[in-house]
Design a protein around this ligand. Structure first.
Ligand code: FAD
Ligand code: NAP
Length: 320
């Protein structure tokens, strides 16, 4: 098992992690970035991104590939592994990777982003991968000429539904209220699409399916006010009810806020442990965008640079 010491360890390879990598590398801090299970982060599971500055339209996976290339080109070392555990109780901080490598770091930038939320239904778990999915880009192709349901009312749900119209014969969007929180421009596209039917004020009660062969045949919906239920015939159910911050590594070690996001000192990326910085969706309960995540990645690298410089001075003073 190998062990090494670095100045800055960046955990996560979404817009926040890669931007932090660019700034830290250009500050000659020789950062090491561990990419995690989803190299490129959440944007790798979407198609067109239309609000990244400078691009009228860019495919999410292409944008993230460009960020990866840039991070490497300026001198960041990318490690294709997962941080399995992180000890922030003393400096240097200690990360152990899934592959066994141990990394000691003077500063850590946590950019672990967020993961899809699930409804928590037994039938949802039972049919996961057999008709239940949280990623239309990954699984939409399997529903060519079939009917599907998307659960949720945010940007992700509306985008997933629009994407699924490329394959499916019909797309139901089931939302628990009578209005969406998705951007108006996306809503307009959705309402105008002939293959889409919105079912307002309903929640998913149960995924209906067969066991042999295993597959989804319907979705049992319940009206939130009357309690009345109906079953719609669908072969796929796409759950798009948002994302939860990926904080397992730092649970019990960093202060949290807003139901599980890593707390940072307002206006900074400084967490409750000096030397540990958090950027992107893991700390942001409000904006949760690629561009804001990238902005926070930049802030984290600049703040880490300052922290390390002060640390260097402290060490020199202590040595005198
Ligand atoms: P993420 O992109 O979530 O990346 C997190 C990274 O952390 C991943 O690389 C993961 O592998 C890594 N990681 C996690 N745990 C570990 C670990 N233990 N060890 C090592 N690495 C780890 N935003 C927009 O601005 N425009 C859009 O059009 C848009 N479309 C979207 C479409 C979809 C379907 C989704 C889901 C989101 C979309 N978003 C969009 C939101 C945007 O993707 C996020 O705001 C952004 O990706 C957050 O960046 P991040 O760097 O904080 O984290
Ligand atoms: P979100 O904005 O949090 O929306 C989640 C949706 O799911 C809401 O409509 C919510 O209903 C519904 N929901 C939550 N829990 C539910 C439950 N238990 N049962 C039924 N419905 C439930 O999440 P998101 O759409 O994934 O977006 C996350 C972030 O990424 C946002 O900041 C978004 O702007 C960003 N994003 C941006 C783009 C883009 O810019 N094009 C694309 C995708 C995502 P309520 O409305 O009733 O709360």
């Amino acid at each position: 098992m190998s062990m090494r010491r670095v100045k800055i360890l960046i955990i996560g390879s979404g817009p926040a992690g890669y931007t932090a990598a660019v700034y830290a590398a250009r500050a000659m801090l020789e950062p090491v970035l561990v990419q995690g299970i989803q190299p490129g982060g959440q944007l790798t599971i979407t198609t067109e991104v239309e609000n990244w500055p400078g691009d009228v339209e860019v495919l999410g996976p292409d944008l993230m590939e460009r960020m990866r290339v840039q991070a490497e080109a300026v001198g960041c070392e990318l490690v294709s592994d997962i941080v399995a555990s992180l000890d922030l109780s003393e400096r240097p901080f200690r990360a152990v990777l899934d592959g066994g490598e141990e990394i000691l770091a003077d500063a850590v930038i946590l950019a672990t982003g967020a993961q899809a939320k699930w409804l928590g239904l037994e039938s949802e778990t039972e049919f996961m991968g057999f008709g239940v999915s949280a990623c239309a880009t990954c699984d939409g192709f399997f529903y060519r000429g079939r009917k599907v349901a998307v659960i949720g009312g945010g940007n992700t749900a509306v985008e997933e539904a629009l994407f699924l119209t490329n394959f499916a014969e019909k797309v139901y969007v089931v939302h628990r209220r009578d209005s969406f929180r998705a951007e108006k421009i996306l809503q307009k596209r959705l309402f105008a699409h002939p293959k889409v039917e919105v079912i307002w004020d309903h929640v998913l009660d149960e995924v209906v399916g067969e066991r042999d062969p295993k597959g989804v045949t319907g979705a049992k919906l319940r009206h939130v006010a009357t309690g009345e239920t109906q079953v719609i015939d669908v072969a796929g159910v796409f759950v798009a009810i948002g994302h939860a911050p990926a904080t397992e590594l730092v649970a019990g070690q960093l202060e949290m806020h807003h139901g599980g996001y890593v707390w940072v000192k307002p206006g900074t990326t400084e967490t409750s442990v000096p030397g540990v910085f958090a950027a992107g969706d893991v700390t942001d309960s409000v904006y949760r965008q690629a561009v804001t995540s990238a902005g926070m990645g930049c802030m984290a690298a600049l703040e880490a640079e300052k922290y390390l410089a002060a640390l260097g001075e402290d060490v020199e003073v202590a040595a005198e």
